[in-house]
Write a protein of this length. Structure first.
Length: 397
């Protein structure tokens, strides 16, 4: 993948690949606007298509990094703000369900000290509301719902706005190359996700920041970044494990561990003290298919198809997932990564395998392996984040 990306970047100084990216992304946005069955997605596509078209036309004339951030503003931040304003004005079809879930987590945290409802509390809800009663994220995600809990229903209290703030700060801090920034911002799977749902973007961005810190031998900061991500979503746990192996190999595990393990534990303890079973119900039982209702995450990947088409398929899919995890763990221990780029490859391919084999999954989760694998290629370059922050080569034209 590194060689392929290098060859593509050699064409017209990378601008040929930029043009292809914006053209294909614009086509995807236009198709989404015309054909998607999800109203927030259609609303995104109707705005983003114009942003990608403008970026395509400006490729020969504008600084590549500047154009990347401007395109991100046009295809992700602008649609996000438009939908947040419309939602605050009463449009109920301008956010995906995870936005509401995160804001409900914030309300529960502010009022009870825990972001979770117990199984009995969920069962007491009307049948049509029980799915929304589940909050299958780590406790740290509730922080993004606190602005709406404290200040009321305004566009700026929409949890997506705060997802974007953390995501932009983390990617900018990582100070990577143009292609790496594109992978985390303007790729349609990222732009669409942030504008309509967005809860995965701060998690992904913090994982990428942790890799950038590892490339600079700042393992203490890397532990804080990936620990913050793990305090929000379990998707960051594999990254925590891979970076721990990298830290051990480099003799930096004492600097890495306090943040990487400490932050998730600190955010988890209050929820466990208030109601440990509510945490288990929301974060363990529900995602594994043992809740009162079934998760709507049903993208037709192999794990889902096995779970729904084979007798006992859910257990078969979970068994394959565990087997794949053990295999990757064995490879990780046998040939441990010694660089941040190698660690990013482990993370990217490992998460891709998990997403494909999970019984309940979403197409949007692919943003994790896509961004991680592109960052692996970029981190392997001498002009990647291995250079000092003052090195202007980080912002290659």
């Amino acid at each position: 993948m590194t060689r392929l990306l290098a060859r593509a970047d050699a064409a017209a100084g990378g601008r040929a690949l930029d043009a292809a990216l914006y053209a294909l992304s614009g086509a995807f946005a236009l198709f989404t606007a015309l054909a998607s069955t999800l109203l927030p997605h259609r609303a995104w596509g109707s705005v983003a298509a114009w942003g990608y078209l403008a970026a395509l036309l400006l490729v020969p004339f504008v600084n590549r990094l500047l154009l990347t951030w401007a395109t991100f503003a046009a295809v992700s931040l602008l649609p996000l703000v438009v939908q947040a304003v419309q939602r605050a004005g009463g449009r109920l079809d301008r956010a995906q369900e995870e936005v509401v879930v995160v804001e409900e987590m914030g309300r529960h945290l502010a009022s009870t000290g825990s972001p979770y409802l117990s199984r009995a509390g969920i069962a007491a809800l009307p049948a049509s509301e029980q799915l929304g009663g589940y909050h299958p994220y780590q406790p740290g995600m509730a922080v993004f719902g606190l602005p709406r809990a404290w200040l009321g229903d305004h566009w700026f209290t929409d949890s997506r706005v705060w997802f974007a703030v953390v995501m932009v700060a983390a990617v900018a801090w990582a100070a990577s190359t143009v292609r790496a920034v594109q992978a985390a911002t303007v790729f349609p799977v990222c732009a669409l996700t942030l504008a309509t749902g967005g809860d995965d973007l701060p998690v992904l961005a913090l994982c990428l920041l942790a890799l950038a810190f590892c490339a600079r031998n700042r393992f203490g900061a890397a532990g804080l970044a990936v620990g913050a991500a793990a305090a929000m979503k379990p998707f960051a746990f594999p990254v925590v494990g891979v970076l721990l192996v990298l830290a051990v190999v480099n003799g930096q595990w004492r600097r890495y561990l306090p943040g990487a393990i400490g932050l998730p534990v600190i955010t988890l303890l209050p929820a466990l003290l208030v109601d440990a079973d509510a945490y288990l119900e929301n974060v363990i039982r529900f995602p594994t298919g043992h809740g009162l209702v079934t998760s709507p995450a049903q993208s037709p990947f192999p794990g889902y198809l096995i779970a729904t088409s084979v007798p006992g398929g859910r257990y078969v899919a979970l068994g394959l997932l565990v087997l794949a995890g053990l295999t990757i763990a064995a490879l990780l221990l046998r040939r441990p990564p010694r660089t941040a780029a190698a660690a990013a490859l482990f993370c990217g391919y490992g998460l891709l395998t998990a997403i494909l084999l999970m019984p309940t999954t979403r197409f949007g989760y692919l943003l994790y392996p896509v961004a991680l694998l592109v960052w692996a290629a970029e981190l392997s370059r001498p002009t990647g984040t291995t250079a000092p922050r003052s090195d202007t080569a980080l912002y290659r034209q």
